[in-house]
Design a protein around this ligand. Structure first.
Ligand SMILES: *Cc1c(COP(=O)(O)O)cnc(C)c1O
Length: 222
């Protein structure tokens, strides 16, 4: 299927309350412009550098989402450029975001990324460290936590369902509490291979790359 067909089919099957992030990592400017022209305004990138380069030349009303792991030394480049950071996963990263955004008197909207499957190879905070991070978020002035993001271990439908449900439980529990600077509005989970499961469990933001743009070729860019 073409990008047009993928995008329109996907949009038509999504409930109104679900936000689609078209994950544009490795994609060319022309491909992204193509999806933009179909009405998409939310694009997700993994790398700060790539986000900046694309933002430079693409329409200014795009909402850029940083969905990949964020290194502290890159935070300064995101100030004023990013709509939502999905990958807050440590107190040290939080402090750098607070520092850089407050220096320009801007607010950083972020999601806390949880490593729900406890995978060594993945980023995201472990559940036992979550309280400490939440406490630190409550101390901030320029960081607002809008919800949770999760990437889950590869697995079959049953396994996806298990980890999505676990993440939703964390989201629901946090939602019942009242914290400073923290509201549980966004639950970002679900990618091309598993978004249907994620939606069943209650995700309201899905991050879709291949399901929009077709198969990714990492050799194409850089
Ligand atoms: C690449 C990526 C996606 C999209 O993956 P697809 O399988 O292409 O849909 C979603 N989330 C994150 C964090 C990613 O790095």
């Amino acid at each position: 299927m073409s990008i047009e067909e993928n995008f329109i089919k996907l949009k038509n099957e999504l409930p109104e309350k679900v936000t689609l992030i078209s994950v544009s990592k490795t994609r060319s400017i022309a491909e992204i412009q193509n999806v933009y022209d179909l009405g998409e305004r939310n694009f997700g990138e993994n790398k700060v550098q790539e986000l900046m380069e694309k933002q430079e030349v693409l329409p200014k009303d795009i909402r850029w989402h940083l969905i990949g792991h964020l290194q502290r030394n890159k935070v300064k480049y995101l100030v004023g450029r990013v709509y939502l950071i999905h990958s807050l996963d440590s107190v040290r990263l939080l402090q750098e975001i607070e520092k850089q955004f407050s220096s320009k008197e801007l607010i950083a909207n972020v999601l806390i990324q949880i490593n729900i499957g406890r995978e060594e190879s993945k980023t995201g905070i472990m559940m036992e460290d979550l309280d400490e991070l939440i406490n630190a978020c409550e101390q901030c002035k320029n960081v607002k936590v809008k919800g949770i993001m999760a990437t889950i271990p590869k697995g079959d439908t049953e396994s996806c369902n298990y980890y999505f449900t676990k993440t939703k439980e964390v989201f629901d529990t946090l939602k019942t509490k009242s914290y400073k600077n923290i509201t549980m509005e966004i639950l970002s989970m679900g990618m091309s291979g598993d978004y249907k499961e994620a939606l069943k469990v209650g995700s309201n933001m899905i991050r879709i790359g291949e399901g929009v743009f077709g198969k990714r070729d990492y050799n194409k860019l850089k």
